[in-house]
Design a protein around this ligand. Structure first.
Ligand code: GAF
Length: 360
């Protein structure tokens, strides 16, 4: 069913506007987007469709094809849970900015599983803001939209994330990677190579405690920032960090990850631009080791999937996203893809493929 038909089925009229927004997978550069580093996510073919219409009643009514019960909010509410609050808070921020008044009907269709680590929440915030921007005929850029979507997460949802996910779902087209400097928001888009496939596999390890542990890592990075007197851990000198006295071992290792991971991202973007996918894969593997040992954001179930990918002939495989569960992304030659997937699924009964990695 199209999003327009779903809207009509839900609310009995046609929408004013409909938009589609992709999800993302990060290829390399984890937990760098609040530490001054570069990241390299790509936009998926899967995503969120959203349609909306302005109404007179001062209500925001939201329907999703994923949930039976519609959500209805008045203005100024602070819902503490639930999928619909991402769209609601984004709409409320846009209302405070003067983009619309009255009420809204919003319909959402998604082929991104919520909680699968493909940035469904960033995609929902960006889609809502984009639809409201376009409907109001405003001139904010996609980068402005990404900044606002991050404000929704930080200020209204209470998730202290960086800006990678919002930029990754707002800027590149599906099949493009985004080489992003998270300090300046300067970016370059790089087409994914046609010669290889990036396969995204959910490990079956769900990230129930992820938000708490994400915050814990962020706080450790804040300790390092205070210690070194900088907001930018990624550009510190490695030797200076290793030799610094008075820093706890854990905080030192978090900082080491930021420095080495940032360099890997820069090298990986260069490798992808020059079609050197062997080097790219090696950097992915080194990234996983750094996330496992220095940033300590992996868990045994994730390591097991990554190791199975390595054994099954992946050029590279690593945890992707916020960590403590979620997805693994593997780089493979197309003729090895099927066997790799079969091997992972036979070893890990809870794992499943979320994106088969059709090249650009
Ligand atoms: C989550 C966050 F939302 C991002 O900002 C980023 O920090 C990522 O984890 C880790 O790289 O997706």
């Amino acid at each position: 069913m199209s999003i327009t038909s779903f809207f009509q089925q839900s609310f009995g009229v046609l929408p004013d506007i409909a938009v589609r927004n992709p999800g993302r997978v990060n290829l390399i550069g984890e937990h760098l987007d609040y530490n001054g580093g570069a990241v390299l996510p790509f936009a998926l073919n899967k995503g969120i469709d959203l349609a909306l219409r302005r109404i007179d009643a001062e209500k925001v009514r939201i329907r999703s094809d994923r949930f039976e019960t519609p959500a209805v909010f008045g203005h100024g509410e602070r819902p503490e849970g639930g999928w619909a609050r991402y769209a609601y808070f984004s709409a409320e921020l846009a209302r405070e900015l003067g983009w619309w008044e009255g009420g809204l009907e919003i319909a959402i269709m998604s082929d991104l599983d919520h909680g699968s680590g493909l940035s469904s929440s960033a995609a929902l915030c960006v889609a809502t803001l984009r639809a409201l921007r376009d409907q109001a005929g405003r001139s904010e850029s996609d980068v402005d939209i990404a900044r606002l979507a991050r404000r929704v997460e930080n200020e209204l949802i209470g998730m202290p994330c960086g800006i990678m996910d919002q930029m990754a779902v707002a800027v590149p087209r599906p099949g493009q990677a985004l080489f992003l400097d998270t300090r300046s928001l300067e970016f370059e888009t790089i087409p994914l190579p046609k010669s290889h496939r990036f396969i995204t596999i959910h490990t079956g390890v769900y990230r129930e405690l992820a938000d708490g542990r994400y915050k814990e890592r962020k706080e450790e990075c804040d300790v390092a920032k205070a210690f070194f007197g900088t907001d930018d851990l990624c550009h510190l000198e490695l030797e200076k960090v290793k030799a610094a006295e008075g820093l706890s071992d854990a905080v030192r290792r978090r900082t080491v990850h930021c420095i080495t991971e940032h360099k890997r991202v820069v090298d990986a973007a260069a490798a992808m631009s020059s079609a050197d996918m062997t080097t790219f894969g090696t950097l992915m593997n080194e990234s996983h080791a750094s996330m496992r040992d220095d940033f300590e954001m992996s868990v045994p179930g994730v390591d097991a999937v990554v190791e199975t990918c390595w054994k099954a002939g992946a050029l590279g495989a690593r945890l992707t996203g916020g960590g403590f569960g979620g997805c693994v992304v593997a780089l493979v030659e197309p003729d090895k893809a099927e066997a790799l997937v079969a091997e992972v699924l036979s070893q890990q009964s809870a794992a499943f493929v979320v994106d088969g990695g059709v090249s650009a």
